[in-house]
Write a protein that binds this ligand. Structure first.
Ligand SMILES: NC(=O)c1ccc[n+]([C@@H]2O[C@H](COP(=O)([O-])OP(=O)(O)OC[C@H]3O[C@@H](n4cnc5c(N)ncnc54)[C@H](O)[C@@H]3O)[C@@H](O)[C@H]2O)c1
Length: 253
């Protein structure tokens, strides 16, 4: 049997990149996938892709940094599907590339709002439902290799991703006895629109990044999807509070 049969799983940031690829893996593994994002056309395309590969998906326009929108979505999912069994809190934005003296406070606040407060809001709404339904659930959030090490020029992004790991460990402890597991994935360099933006689609910058990775390649977003799917499934039933690098060995150096 597929790994996620009968599970209802929320994917934030599912319109593109890692979220889209993960939605496809989850659908193939039997889950009903609820996609939340702010890019509606791309979200509709993800739904088509999941459905075309034999899965089930639906799209909702939800800004993860808005508590009322996220709460309304989780309530809708519980009412229409009966439960929320898993969540992939993956929506995120890159920050400014600059040393701290050149980072405007507003730019810092925007990155923290989406990448950290957004994950906090999602966790809060998801846990409320998972505790209520008694069967618990599995929450996986997208941190980053930048959540594990310092990277000059990326203060707000790095702080947000370190924060996601702190949140993950804390809720893992707070709700372990309620059958809610919480883990984070820490991607390295992944072939997505974000990587194109961060590298200005420059082959030279890309080659420099690849040169720093022991496996000497970037990853396909489905490689994060496969890891997330395992963490969302009952196959990882004793795993909680973990921040798992999926980075070709980058942070092991
Ligand atoms: N690509 C990489 O190399 C890499 C590495 C480490 C971590 N990450 C993280 O992976 C996650 C996915 O990034 P990606 O590379 O797929 O980038 P992406 O830009 O392709 O996807 C991000 C998605 O999040 C959505 N989003 C942004 N703000 C949102 C909001 N307020 N509410 C709802 N949705 C919102 C976007 O519309 C987009 O669909 C992010 O959290 C990112 O920080 C990416």
């Amino acid at each position: 049997m597929a790994m996620l049969t009968n599970k209802v799983i929320l994917v934030t940031g599912g319109s593109t990149g890692i979220g889209r690829a993960t939605a496809k893996v989850l659908g193939t593994e039997g889950a009903t996938v609820i996609i939340a994002d702010v890019q509606d056309q791309e979200g509709a395309t993800t739904v088509e892709m999941v459905n075309d590969s034999g899965g089930k998906a639906e799209y909702h326009h939800v800004d993860v940094s808005d508590y009322e929108q996220v709460r309304a979505l989780v309530t809708h999912v519980a009412e229409s599907h009966g439960s929320l069994d898993g969540a992939f809190n993956n929506a995120g934005i890159e920050g400014p590339t600059a040393k701290i003296l050149d980072v405007p406070v507003e730019a810092w606040e925007r990155v923290i709002r989406v990448n950290l407060t957004g994950v906090f809001i999602c966790m809060k709404c998801e846990i409320e439902q998972m505790v209520k339904q008694d069967s618990g659930g599995s929450i996986v959030s997208t941190s980053s290799a930048a959540g594990l090490i310092g990277i000059p020029g990326a203060a707000s992004y790095n702080a947000s991703k370190h924060g996601v790991i702190g949140l993950t460990k804390t809720i893992a402890l707070e709700y372990a006895s309620k059958k809610v597991r919480a883990n984070a994935v820490c991607p390295g360099f992944i072939e997505t629109p974000m990587l194109d933006r961060v590298t200005d689609a420059s082959v030279k910058i890309r080659d420099q990044l690849i040169g720093a990775v022991p496996m000497r390649r970037v990853a396909q977003p489905s490689e994060i999807g496969e890891t997330a799917a395992w963490l969302l499934s009952d196959k990882s039933s004793y795993v909680t509070g973990v921040a798992m690098p999926v980075d070709g060995g980058w942070v092991a150096q």
